[in-house]
Design a protein around this ligand. Structure first.
Ligand code: GRF
Length: 221
């Protein structure tokens, strides 16, 4: 398939963009038949913007501090993405709470990755919270985005054991490795038409997905 007919991704970032890079690699290697049409950041100094530019991907910086409220910022983002006609919008370390102004137009084609085993630990400092609670395992969840923060229905989840002596940093590093594996898989399922969000929840290959998502290490294709 030529580049121009491949499904189009818009990736939203706020920082270093390592998950964005996993999409760049997945598209380049052909494991994901898609093209990154644009990378947008709410932080003009995001490291990931430079990486996207080096990869020849169009970028867009919209500084949220220049907008009076979340809704007007979200409206500006919808307008900025419109020319790229994204088939799928990927939140990859995008650190702004979104309103229905952004979420509604992309419902069912808006994904996020969250570094915890949702519904545990929505919000920030997930790894430290898992350590403080004495959890035996941590992990990561890819989910559809709904207006509830980190509360949209899970698609796929990967569990990572907590090791003796783990700090939030060491745990985050091991979780990040599997983040980079599972996020492009969820995108592939959606772009292949195998994955849908409907009124009953998430459906993969015609079957309901469990409430915590498909378990990555139980075998998937
Ligand atoms: C990742 O841990 C992701 O799960 C969370 O924010 C972090 C972003 O990292 N939502 P990066 O910018 O993709 O490297």
């Amino acid at each position: 398939m030529s580049c121009s007919t491949a499904p189009r991704l818009a990736i939203l970032i706020s920082g270093r963009g390592s998950n964005m890079q996993s999409f760049i690699q997945a598209c380049a290697s052909g494991t994901l038949d898609a093209r990154i049409a644009v990378v947008l950041s709410n932080r003009p100094d995001a490291k990931g913007l430079e990486l996207a530019q080096q990869a020849g991907i169009p970028t867009c910086a919209l500084d949220h501090r220049e907008y009076p409220d979340r809704e007007s910022f979200d409206r500006a983002m919808v307008a900025a993405l419109a020319p790229y006609e994204p088939d799928l919008v990927i939140l990859a370390g995008f650190m702004r709470i979104l309103t229905p102004v952004f979420i509604t137009p992309f419902t069912g084609k808006l994904l996020n990755i969250h570094p915890s085993l949702l519904p545990k630990y929505p919000g920030l400092h997930t790894h430290q919270r898992a350590l403080d609670a004495g959890d035996a395992e941590a992990g990561v969840t890819v989910h559809f985005v709904t207006p509830e923060l980190d509360g949209g229905p899970p698609i796929i989840q990967a569990r990572v054991p907590v090791e003796p002596g783990d700090t939030a940093e060491t745990l985050a590093g091991r979780v990040l490795v599997v983040e980079h594996e599972i996020y492009p898989i969820a995108a592939r399922w959606l772009l292949q038409g195998r994955l849908q969000l409907n009124n009953e929840g998430v459906v993969l290959d015609g079957s309901p997905v469990p409430a915590t998502g498909i378990d990555y290490f139980k075998g998937i294709d």
